[in-house]
Structure formats: C-alpha cells, structure tokens
Design a protein. Structure first.
Length: 615
C-alpha cells in the first residue's frame, strides 16, 4: 500500500511538471515551456545512423499590433491583432562543421531554421506551446540531419583552401541571462483612425496627386530566446511607425513619387501631430513641384552634395544593406563547386580583406554604439542590450577609424576575418511575423574636419567652378529602402530599371535633386535623375562633411533596392531592422556621375481628370 501511495505521489509530481502553476504570468509560462521542451529534445532527439543535434535554440515573439491605413480622409483598413510566432534552430555536427552555411542546389534551398510549422497558441497554453515547439524541432532536426550528410559528402569532393578548411561554421558565445521589464503603451484604435484620416485628408488639397496613403503601424510585445548552451533572454520589442506615401505623373506622363516617414519605439515618442501634418503638407508640395520640374537632360560628372535625409539613407544603404558594406558576409559552400564560383562573382567582394586598410576619407570615423539610448534629446530606436542570438554587444565597436577599416558587424556565423559575434543579429520588423538578420543598431558617423552649412555650399560651388561646370548637384532625398509603400502607389516602378543592387553599388532612386548654379547660388529642382554607381571607395574622395550631426531613426532593408519586375511587385518594403544613425547633416563627394533616368515607355496621362479637380 505504501508503494502504491509513493507511486501515486510520483505521478502527481510528474503531471505537475507539465501543468502551469496557477497565477503564472505570460512570460513565465512561455519561458517554462521553452525550457522544458528544449531539455527534452536535447536529451532524446536522435535518428538511427544520423548525428544528434549539438545545438538548439527557440525564439518566440508575443505581441499586439495595430495597423490603420487611410486615403484622402477615409480609413480603408484598420485592425488590431494579437500575434505569436516561433522560430526553431537546430544544428547537427559541431561548432567546427555543421549543417549550416551550405546550399544543395540539387535538393533545393532547404532551410534548417523553421517557424510556423505548427501554429503556436495565442493563449498561455503551456502544453500547446510545447507541442508547437516539438513539431517544429522534429521537422528542423530531420532536415538538418539530411543536410549535414549531404554537406559532408560534398566537402569530400571539393578542394578547400587552408583558410576555408579551418573556418568554423558556428562561433562560441558566453552564456547570457537577461530579462528586461516590458514596455507597454495604449493602442487607441479609434483615436489613431482619426489621426490617419486627418493626415491623409491633407492630399485633398492636391488634386493632381493621383495616389496617396497614410499607414500607422504599432508593434508592442516581448521577444523570448533560449538556447541549449544555457542562454535565456526576455526583452521588449516595440515599434511605432507613420508612413506616408504618394505618387502621381509629371506633365509628360513620367511617374514621380515622394514619402514622409516617422519611426519611434512607442507612440508618445513620435513627433507632435502638428509637426507631422506640416511634414505631410511639405511632402505634398514637393511632389506637386516635381510634376512640373524640368527633366534632367545633361550628362554630369562632378561634385555632388548629399543633404539631410539623403545623407542618412546614403550611409544606411551603402554601408548596412546587402553585401559589400560593413556587415560581415559568409559565402556558403555549394554542393556544386561551379555554382560556388558563379555565386562568388555575382555577389561581389566583401570588405573582410580590407581590414587594416584605408577604405574611406581619413576624416571619417564610423562606430557602432548599440547601447546608446539618446542623442541630443532624441531617443534612438536602434538601441539594444542583447541581440536575437542571445549575444551581448560591447558598448562601442569601432568599424572605421580615420578612414581605416577596423572590423565588421557580425553574428555567430564566422567569416575569415571576423570569427566571433559582436552581437548584431537583429529583429526584422514592420509586419506581423518577426524574423532576424545581421544588421545595425545605433551607428555614429563623425568627421574630424567639420564645416558649417554656408562653408559646405561654398565648397560645392568652388569645386564646380574649378571643374568648369555651370552648376553643382545637391541631393536632399533618396527613396527610402523601407517606406511602407504599396505597389499600387507607383504602378510604373518596374520601368525604373537602373537603381537596383549590384552588390549595393547603387543607391535607391533620388527623389529631390537640385542644380545649384555657380553664378548666383540659385537652386533649380529637376527630375528623372539617375546617380552613377557608388562604391565605398567613392568616400575616399570626400571633399567635406558638416560639423552638425543629426539623428535618423529608420528601418534598414535586407539588401540592395529592387529593380525590374521585382520592383514592380514590391517597389519598397514594409520590413526592416530598427536602426538609428547619427550622421553629418551634409557631405560632399568630389566626383560622381549623374545622368538622365531613361525609361523605355512613358504611360499616358489619365483621359479624364481626377474628380477632386474642381472646374
């Protein structure tokens, strides 16, 4: 009888381990489910004749979102949702050689990181969360095991260099336990619907603007991370965005677009409504002016000054989007070495080999300061303490010092010259599902020889005069790589072929470009402008940078801008890495090619005028 009672007590204890304790918080239930399922899979996950996993990590994002879209004073879409996503990463092999960093062309591109293979419950259902993680873990493990075997077989048929053979597939990192308090704010959907209507109603005064849209998007949640090494992270993840986009056709039928973007960590950190309204109206007036601005007909090679938003996008796009910038890049091994050679040529040359060499002007220093929360009274949305792989970044990383390349941002995938993570695997935000990628947090760009605003303009004009040019060029706005625009706002975007990413060598299409005449300093707005290829070494020929620095909170896209048919399908993205840039207000390059943006086809203007035009 005593044995029966002891067995019954043991059974109740075992059941108790599976049932959440009453009164547990959402955070406690999710972390407990992750911990228990992770331990179970690390202990039991094994297929006959196949390697068992040496590493497992779980990531869960739990959030509430609100999205309101309005056009011409009317709400066209409004929703508030509770979303919960999960991602499972399983590695077979060891740190030195595992299933990652490999592409099997014959078997297709198979991911060994998996998210929604089974929907994770929105309720705080301990058993349901564990079940979703279990199914995903099982599926990923099977794929990883198969891919590991194919990778080992492929490597046996290839001759790797000594550097490639010694390069590990996954770097080690210290165990981190970090829990930050939640960040909460109210989502008053009705209030923000009224704000969206008011902002979008501004375009009623501009009947020649064919399409316009205001999108307000809020994300408020927690990101949970746990791995088999022992790291456990719970941190808030929030975003508040107001994205305003508009498009029309110029008097000759060519498409013109403009946008105004505001990003913050939470709604009360966005600019005041009156300031946003002024910004939207100013943007509409710029677009109206572009309709009648003259086409840039010249072929220009000479000094060019980037100002304001254009400087900020310049650094974001050229240094932190795609390969070839200050993000470490690991070329995967391919099952067919011929594919590997082809991909190496098409992907361009990463900057790893230039570490220790001068890549830009000696006047420039670029640092990552991921923990910096405020600058000059502005809160920075790129600030973070732990990345999405559970790695804590240092307070400061000097990437470029006085023009010399020191290192690159990296995650836990080693590259030949950056073998350890410096904590920059970042969340990709802007829609419901959260993914991750290598990206910036807070980036500080400074110059040792800052100039005043008037000195910058004088320098531009003097450089143009020395070249025997009639004018210099000023670029004040570039198309943001992440703007939230819908494809329908610019239905002719696929006709603009040239600005897309050859390894990030080109910037996105310029929006506001001015000729500044040497004779009297007057400015003339022009349109249909295309900038030439811009390598990082172009900054070796920097003629000057502003002493004043400004903050730019933005979302950084994952690659170079779209072109061709892909641009038509998605001319801009809603998703990106939250980042903050502290950059000079202006910079001058001594030489850049600028020419007319030619299009093979110009759509006809509408046959009947907009009904908003009052005769």
């Amino acid at each position: 009888m005593q044995g029966f009672i002891l067995s019954l007590i043991s059974l109740f204890i075992a059941i108790g381990a599976l049932v959440p304790v009453h009164g547990q918080t959402t955070r406690e239930i999710i972390m407990r489910a992750m911990k228990d399922e992770l331990a179970r899979n690390m202990e039991r996950l094994k297929l006959e004749n196949l390697e068992r996993p040496f590493f497992i990590s779980y990531t869960i994002s739990d959030a509430r979102t609100m999205e309101v879209t309005a056009t011409l004073g009317a709400v066209v879409q409004s929703s508030e949702n509770h979303i919960r996503n999960h991602n499972v990463r399983v590695m077979v092999g060891d740190y030195s050689r595992n299933d990652e960093n490999f592409r099997d062309i014959s078997g297709g591109f198979r991911s060994t990181m998996l998210g929604a293979s089974a929907r994770i419950p929105l309720e705080d259902d301990y058993d349901g969360i564990r079940r979703a993680l279990w199914i995903a873990t099982d599926n990923v493990y099977k794929r990883a095991s198969e891919q590991y075997e194919r990778k080992i077989a492929a490597l046996e048929q290839q001759s790797l260099s000594a550097e490639e053979a010694e390069l590990e597939d996954f770097s080690r990192a210290p165990v981190v336990e970090y829990t930050a308090p939640p960040r909460t704010f109210k989502m008053n959907q009705n209030e923000w619907e009224e704000i969206a209507k008011e902002l979008s109603g501004s375009f009623l005064d501009y009947p020649d603007i064919h399409s316009s849209q205001v999108r307000i998007y809020f994300f408020q949640g927690d990101l949970f991370f746990m791995n088999s090494e022992g790291s456990k992270v719970v941190q808030p993840l929030t975003l508040a965005a107001v994205q305003v986009n508009a498009a029309t056709q110029a008097v000759d039928g060519k498409p013109v677009t403009n946008h105004q973007l505001y990003y913050a960590a939470q709604p009360d950190e966005l600019p005041p409504l009156n300031s946003v309204k002024r910004g939207v109206r100013h943007m509409a007036e710029e677009l109206a002016a572009l309709r009648t601005a003259p086409v840039f007909e010249d072929s220009y090679t000479g000094p060019i000054m980037f100002e304001g938003q254009a400087v900020m996008e310049f650094f974001a796009q050229r240094f932190f989007s795609g390969s070839g910038g200050l993000l470490a890049f690991r070329r995967p091994t391919f099952s067919d070495p011929r594919i590997s050679a082809f991909m190496g040529r098409s992907q361009g040359q990463p900057l790893d080999d230039n570490i220790g060499r001068r890549i830009v002007s000696r006047d420039l220093t670029i640092k990552a300061t991921p923990r910096l929360k405020n600058y000059s009274g502005q809160k920075l949305i790129g600030s973070f303490h732990v990345d999405t792989e559970g790695v804590q970044p240092p307070d400061e990383i000097v990437l470029v010092e006085n023009g010399l390349l020191k290192t690159l941002l990296n995650n836990r995938t080693p590259t030949p010259k950056v073998k350890e993570s410096n904590g920059h695997q970042r969340p990709v935000m802007g829609s419901s599902a959260i993914t991750t990628r290598l990206g910036p947090g807070v980036i500080s760009v400074s110059t040792s020889k800052g100039m005043s605003e008037s000195e910058m303009k004088d320098e531009l004009l003097q450089l143009a005069k020395d070249e025997g040019l009639e004018y210099g060029i000023v670029v004040r706005k570039l198309t943001a790589s992440v703007s939230g625009a819908e494809a329908r706002l610019d239905p002719f975007a696929f006709l603009s072929m040239g600005q897309g990413g050859q390894q990030g060598a080109s910037l996105t299409k310029p929006v506001l470009v001015y000729k500044v005449y040497v004779e009297d300093g007057r400015e003339e707005l022009v349109r249909s402008v295309k900038l030439g290829s811009l390598s990082i070494s172009s900054l070796r020929r920097m003629a000057g940078a502003s002493e004043k620095r400004v903050v730019y909170n933005t979302l950084v896209s994952g690659g170079a801008s779209s072109s061709g048919f892909l641009a038509f399908m998605a001319p801009t993205s809603r998703r990106g890495v939250p980042a903050s840039f502290i950059v000079p207000q202006a910079l001058i390059l001594k030489e850049l090619e600028v020419k007319k943006d030619k299009q093979g086809y110009t759509p006809k203007l509408p046959v009947v005028a907009s009904p908003l035009v009052r005769n």
